[in-house]
Write a new protein. Sequence first.
Length: 305
Amino acid sequence: MYDIIIIGAGPAGLTAAIYAGRAGLNALVIDKAQSGGTVNVAPLIENYPGVDKITGIELMKLITEQARQYAEIKEHTMVLDIHDNGDSTFSVDTGEEVLKSKFVILATGTEYRKLEIDDSDEDSDNYIGRGLSYCAVCDGTFFIGREVIIVGGGNSAATEALYLNRVGVKCSIVHRRDSLRCDGKLKEDIKEAGIKVYWNCEVKRINGENSIESVTLYNNKTHEETTIDVNGIFVAIGYVPHNELAKQCGVKCNEQGYVIVDEHMKTNIDGIFAVGDITGGIKQIIVSEAQGAIAVSTIDKDIIT
């Protein structure tokens, strides 16, 4: 019997494991892939307090090694089902064994909504680390003084465009519609900043061998193609939350599919918590870690009382 089973070994889940172990709680972390989550693909992180520069995989290796001092970690292990036993315990089924726990923390995260391009033999993710990014805050400073495009038209795209413009990146927005879907104030800010928008356009082709050199845009109204020279592409077309387990065990999600939690990271089901990107909000490593700490601190108090 575990005190806590944490599903997901990204920053939120691993931090929860560290706090659990230090609180004297018996915790297990389970992840369907390698420990580290989506942070593993970050080419360079420069905004993590106390660390000047570090790759995502190096940072997550350090956090994983620390977490192993406090909790067992099972990598490459699927969780098929979470069952409420009705006696203040849960059964977590991995297909190979059924594990029991007093509390469950969902830290299953999200994945970026992938940039789809017309050329069926080309995968845009091949350019990750070579000019394509899903995080302006993480990678924007690499493109200061250079030309990039932001793909998207919602609040995230507008916010990232304004951020890049502010730090000195020459950016334009590529949007497949004829108006932005962001807040009115953001629209005004985009206009005042002089950020160019390619309306009714989609990325048809990414050009460049070792790095991005240009993109070919397709206008879905005029059916014309335009090639523009750029050094980078920032994709801001949304996220896909990994909420399958949450929904399966009756945890409530909002319209966007993110798990609904209170200030203590509790879900609607007593004993089940959710932390990290699966809860929506600001998707930053430090935010996810804070949520992991909050959840375990709450559990620790609940056990004591």
